[in-house]
Design a protein around this ligand. Structure first.
Ligand code: ZN
Length: 110
């Protein structure tokens, strides 16, 4: 998987993104692209409004779709980051353990 997505790839993947069917590496590249590319962000907004808006034409919440799109992007971003956060948590726990363990041992052998 390439790190950079072209506009064409991003726009082809918009339906997957909206349905959150994208894998985490892809969604990182996707989000990075739409955050920096006005054309693709606009395309994403339009498709999102169409896909989600049509499902709830009868609902008042359809007016909040731009906000929801932002949330969807954040959600995808968080999901993609979770793996990294887990390994960071293990790393921090290991350091804490080493520090606490070291403190404990230095107390024992004083
Ligand atoms: Zn683009």
């Amino acid at each position: 998987m390439k790190k950079q997505m072209t506009c064409e790839e991003v726009q082809k993947n918009i339906p997957d993104f909206i349905d959150t069917r994208m894998d985490s590496k892809e969604s990182v590249a996707f989000i990075r692209h739409v955050r920096n590319c006005k054309a693709c962000m606009e395309e994403l907004s339009v498709e999102y409004l169409v896909v989600v808006g049509v499902k709830r034409l009868d609902s008042a919440s359809a007016f909040n779709l731009n906000q929801e799109l932002e949330e969807l992007i954040d959600q995808n971003e968080q999901k993609a980051r979770q793996k990294r956060q887990i390994s960071l948590a293990i790393f921090v726990a290991a350091i804490l353990l080493a520090v606490v363990g070291g403190y404990f041992l230095s107390g024992v052998f004083r």
